[in-house]
Write a protein that binds this ligand. Structure first.
Ligand SMILES: [Fe+2]
Ligand SMILES: [Fe+2]
Length: 490
């Protein structure tokens, strides 16, 4: 009996260890929650009040109003939950954007459903949401927006409803994956063409009444003008996406890739003024990218975050070992461990200033303090101890916070392993390299630096393997090819 209990306990322990812990969601203030709730109530009222305008009103009508009202309210709540689940770090501004778009769609349906195609009302917001908050949130938004029609007199043709669902799902799925503005433009051309062809095939080019009692589209059921309007609204949406990005702090794939351009002035400055840091950054990008791919994280986010993580070193490049020529070290001349520790902390503080000045999105700026976490500046702490300075360890730790996401945690680990791997002997075995990596990662773990990152043990194992793979690549690159006299050919 005891054996069974022990086995069960072991199994439970192993199962618990294999589970990826959930990310701590960002706390939303009470006032924001109240505003969001009020907007949801407003959406429910707009979506259902017409049911109360029927005269004479009987109990069944009131019941049906109450049902629709509750349905929309619960639907909005589920939408917010799905958005939070897909984006654990979602801000109240972004939730506000999702529900405001729902409110705008419902209000437009109420005012213009008899003149504007539902495609033009639902597809463009789906594009914004899928770009900024992901495919699943966009699909959830689409399902609520297409199922609820505030005006009971407006009933959509089944075929049109089918086309609406297909087109908006395609936009939601592709919108979450699109990596450039050019692809967005292609989407805004091909989706209206697709909708035109499908309407032509399924509904026909005759003047079919698409909604009860009224002509549905702008020019008496002209599906061409309907699709043309959709193309124009989509193009305008794409034009306005950068404005949405800055107002609501959205981070689209296109924006991430734009920021990752090495010709960006800040990155160019880093390569010219702090070449050592730039080289270190490139190597870290490789390590972090490989590890993120292994655990299925956001590769574009970490690549861009890694590129900017040490920009703060631009405030005093030669105070950092990678930019020194090996002859002069200003820290030796200063001979004050406390001041040296302040210079090190300054690379985080100045980095955040650079981020603000260059309007880097918050998710990218987070990499700057979180890659250092509250790590101890061991070298200078040791120096202070040697000088018998009675000083608290606190002054030799970065101010933090510790990594709050898997991506920033991976960057911290890559940052720690980079110098060690670079310095490693070319003849070192894989086992030795893995041991070095494991020791560095274990020391960060023991120090509590990964506590908020939600990296599971399995993921840490995968990160170690990924770093080892990159080390193998570095080693391969360093092996010189044999040269011959006539080696001008390749
Ligand atoms: Fe750093
Ligand atoms: Fe670094």
């Amino acid at each position: 009996m005891q054996n069974i209990t022990t086995t069960l306990k072991k199994l439970f322990y192993l199962w618990k260890r294999s589970q990826v812990p959930l990310k701590q969601p960002i706390k939303i203030s009470r006032i924001d929650n109240l505003i969001i709730f009020l907007v949801c109530i407003l959406i429910s009222i707009i979506s259902s009040y017409k049911l109360l305008l029927i005269s004479p009103l009987n109990v069944a009508d009131i019941f049906s109003w109450l049902l629709t009202f509750t349905e929309i309210l619960i639907g909005s709540g589920i939408l917010i939950l799905i958005a939070k689940k897909e984006n654990p770090t979602i801000s109240s501004r972004q939730i506000f954007l999702i529900i405001t778009l729902l409110l705008a769609a419902q209000a437009t349906k109420l005012a213009l459903a008899s003149t504007i195609s539902p495609l033009s009302i639902i597809i463009p917001p789906a594009l914004i949401i899928s770009q900024g908050m992901g495919t699943i949130t966009a699909l959830a938004w689409v399902s609520i927006a297409s199922l609820s029609w505030p005006d009971p007199a407006v009933a959509i043709n089944n075929n049109l409803f089918f086309i609406l669902l297909v087109c908006s799902s395609v936009v939601s799925i592709l919108g979450g994956r699109i990596r450039s503005r050019a692809q967005l433009l292609q989407l805004s051309i091909f989706v209206p063409i697709g909708s035109f062809l499908s309407q032509w095939i399924l509904i026909g080019k005759d003047k079919i009444t698409l909604i009860n009692n009224q002509d549905f589209v702008l020019v008496n059921g002209d599906i061409f003008s309907d699709s043309f309007l959709l193309a124009i609204v989509m193009l305008f949406t794409i034009l306005f996406i950068p404005i949405f990005e800055s107002i609501f702090g959205l981070l689209t794939k296109a924006r991430l890739l734009e920021l990752a351009d090495k010709e960006k002035p800040l990155i160019r400055r880093l390569s010219l003024e702090a070449p050592g840091t730039f080289e270190h950054t490139l190597l870290i990008c490789g390590l972090a990218e490989e590890a993120t791919r292994m655990i299925g994280g956001d590769i574009d986010l970490i690549k861009t975050g890694a590129l900017y993580h040490d920009v703060g070193k631009l405030h005093a490049p030669n105070w950092f070992i990678e930019n020194q020529d090996g002859l002069r070290n200003p820290h030796d001349e200063l001979d004050d461990p406390i001041k040296s520790a302040e210079v090190l902390q300054a690379h985080v503080d100045e980095g955040l200033k650079f981020a603000r000045k260059n309007r880097l999105p918050k998710l990218i700026a987070n990499f700057i303090p979180e890659h250092q976490g509250t790590l101890k500046m061991g070298y200078f702490f040791q120096k202070a101890k040697e000088k018998n300075l009675d000083i608290n360890e606190f002054y030799f730790r970065y101010k933090g916070p510790i990594p709050q996401s898997k991506e920033t945690a991976i960057l911290m680990l890559a940052d720690g392993c980079e110098a060690a791997l670079r310095a490693m002997n070319i003849n070192a075995s894989d086992k030795e390299a893995l041991e070095t990596i494991s020791n560095i990662i274990y020391s960060r773990q023991k120090d509590g630096q990964l506590n908020d990152s939600n990296l599971s043990h399995g993921e840490i194992f995968l990160i170690k393997r990924a770093f080892l793979n990159v080390w193998k690549r570095i080693r391969h690159r360093r092996i010189q090819y044999p040269t011959s006299k006539n080696n001008t050919f390749s």
